[in-house]
Design a protein around this ligand. Structure first.
Ligand code: AMP
Length: 285
């Protein structure tokens, strides 16, 4: 595995690979890799000839300096995991490689799907995501890039951004990877105490309840939202940011579930912000 720190060097290697007629698959990450990331790496390995993984804790997508500073970092562990997964190129830029000193950050217009959910709760977050991903795409110039559905809205925003900007990158969604107990894996879980991890299970438990109600015919978004809110408050120690059921394509509010819908939760546990979601697809759609 080759480790590359410089953006021009990364771009040069990508160009070389393309000229040799090889397909580049790319997994952008903020590190502290877990099985959720590794699933993306494996899928990327399967689909391309050269697998590039980036490790970059992007400062422009955090809402507070404290959150940025507290974000878990494990460069040595990440390097070993990437090596074990057969990553070809590990791109670990310093922030100046992505945001050169003195260069103005031009704002990339956000698609409509960036407005609700995280867009409303974390102003500027998705701007930061779109900025870093488009810069990484410019450097790595991948044929395909893999994103986890754990961050469903992020996936939709990137998909729209690529379309709007006419970029020739295939965006590949990958399923949410969970612990055996159901907790959606996240680097942020490392900041929870054993008790916090136990409480966090209530997010996926409430989604499981909804999936089973949906199978029995529940189609009312408001009743679903109320039920999740009730379940989370019952469990105590959960501070809800949002609980919402929206159209899975537009992310707009809906009055009934007649097309694929996204159930999305954002909540704080022990001061750590966690997100989880599930998709509800009516039979025959
Ligand atoms: P992050 O390092 O949190 O920026 O995540 C990098 C990529 O890994 C994103 O595409 C995430 O959606 C994806 N990812 C993170 N956690 C999971 C998970 N539990 N299941 C699937 N994908 C995930």
């Amino acid at each position: 595995m080759k480790i590359v720190r410089s953006a021009p060097e990364m771009a040069r290697l990508a160009q070389e690979t393309r000229s040799a007629g090889k397909k580049i698959s790319f997994v952008p990450t903020m590190g502290s890799l877990h099985e959720g990331h590794l699933a993306l790496l494996r899928e990327g390995k399967r689909r391309g000839d050269l697998l590039v993984v980036s490790l970059f804790v992007n400062p422009t997508q955090f809402n507070s300096l404290q959150d940025f500073q507290k974000y878990p970092r494990d460069p040595e562990g990440d390097r070993k995991k990437c090596e074990a997964e057969g990553v070809d190129l590990l791109f670990t830029p310093e922030k100046e490689e992505i945001y050169p000193v003195g260069e103005k950050i031009t704002r990339i217009p956000l698609p409509a799907v960036a407005k609700p959910l995280e867009g409303r709760s974390r102003p500027g977050h998705l701007d930061g995501v779109v900025t870093v991903v488009s810069r990484l795409f410019r450097i790595v110039h991948p044929h395909l890039a893999l994103f986890g559905l754990k961050d469903y809205q992020q996936f939709r925003v990137i998909q729209e951004m690529v379309k709007d900007r006419g970029l020739e990158v295939e965006i590949v969604p990958c399923p949410v990877i969970r612990s055996p107990e159901g907790l959606a894996l996240s680097s942020r879980n490392r900041r929870l105490t054993p008790q916090g991890l136990e409480i966090a299970l209530n997010l996926s438990r409430s989604l499981q309840i909804i999936e089973s109600l949906f199978k029995k015919g529940e189609r009312d978004p408001r009743r679903i939202e109320d039920r999740i809110t009730y379940e989370l408050y019952q469990s105590g120690s959960v501070q809800i940011d949002y609980v919402t059921v929206v159209d899975a394509v537009t992310l707009e509010e809906i009055s009934t579930i007649s097309k694929p819908a996204l159930v999305a939760i954002a909540a704080f546990i022990e001061g750590v912000r966690l997100i989880d979601n599930c998709l509800l697809t009516p039979p025959g759609v």
